[in-house]
Design a protein around this ligand. Sequence first.
Ligand code: CTP
Length: 430
Amino acid sequence: MARILLGVSGGIAAYKALELVRLATRAGHSLRVIQTPTSERFVGVASFEALTGAPVLTGEFQRDPARGAFPGDAPPAHEPISHLALVGNADVFLVAPASANTLAKLAHGLANTLLTSAAVAARCPLVVAPAMNDAMWEHAATRANVATLRERGVRIVEPGVGALASRGEQGAGRLAEPAELLAACVEALPALGSSLAGLRVLVTAGGTREPIDSVRYVGNRSSGRMGFALAEQAARRGAAVTVVAANVALPRFPGVGYREVETAAELAAATEEEFARCDVLLMAAAVADFRPAAPAAGKLKKDSADAPAALALERTPDVLAGLAAARRPGQTLVGFAAEHGEGALAFARDKLARKRVDAIVVNDVSRADIGFDAADNEVTIVTAAGEAPLARAAKGEIAASILDAVVRLRAAAPADGTPGTTPADRAARV
Ligand code: CTP
């Protein structure tokens, strides 16, 4: 999921920016919108506010109720300066449509609207999608402005050829289609290094549900946040990522493959199928250790004779231990352990040896502020080399540190020349 800041300038094509917002939010991205005052003559702020679920700003001196935060993020305690906060929090800044006027201002670094001052303050990638009449698009000044922006590393989404705003006119200058705009944003997202480029990463996430009957199940409190954060971070570092997702109600990250499962048996089957071709397994799912031994096919009625007084449970196979037993050289396996209170590290060390994995990431679920369904986590990474405690941080940051540890583990692994370990092998398989 990316944070996309959308700048809308004045032009008929502003209506297409609404469609872009719909597409992007549906794909799981969160958006904030800045409009130029002129754009309000074409599309009102209410439409963008409804679609993004966030306030739209049109001027620097307007109060931002969200204090620069994107939907889903907590606003800061202070009131930040809008043009700095919005670009500071954005992963990518898209200006669509960019009128000839806004394009010229962007090329020359003018900062006389909130949109243009935000662009001057942007350290994140800038994507500009011009839209104007063909005569304006072909004008030498516009050509020079586009060239200047390109030289500066700005990504230009070329306008298309076709019907223009004024009746009966055809030519180059229509805003690119919303899907193309979204694709340009995703491509521009900063790759957080390429430390996992060429690797296949398999992540399990969420919590399994084991049926009691056709409507009830035995489940657990895992939301899938940690696993999804790992998948997103791994994809951003260039890995080819597959997630086996057990009952996760979170947005999917573009470019990551997802396999949806419900039970421990389904998770085991999907993970076993994917395991042989993965280089790194991050087993973040909370897999049920027990399941009802004889689930009813229909719904159990509370007053019927077969209403159970007790639930007979049976053990589920340990998926991670099973996979570790079948691992090939060159694979890195990371298990996760949710432990309650004291003794967590000793349990984790025991699991490291028992499950024969390279690392166990352990957290203390007795604390309400971290762990299950919380935005933050605080974990210790236990490896054969020792214990690395990570300070409390957002799950995205924790995920990044876990991936750093994976890179270190792989670098320290003996160079045995087995398949999957050399860069050439990796490149051949992507
Ligand atoms: N795990 C698994 N299959 C299971 C249970 C757990 O693959 N049936 C994986 C989890 O995904 C996690 C790791 O094993 O990565 C640790 O899970 P946990 O349940 O904490 O470990 P257990 O060995 O079951 O220990 P205990 O229940 O005694 O804490």
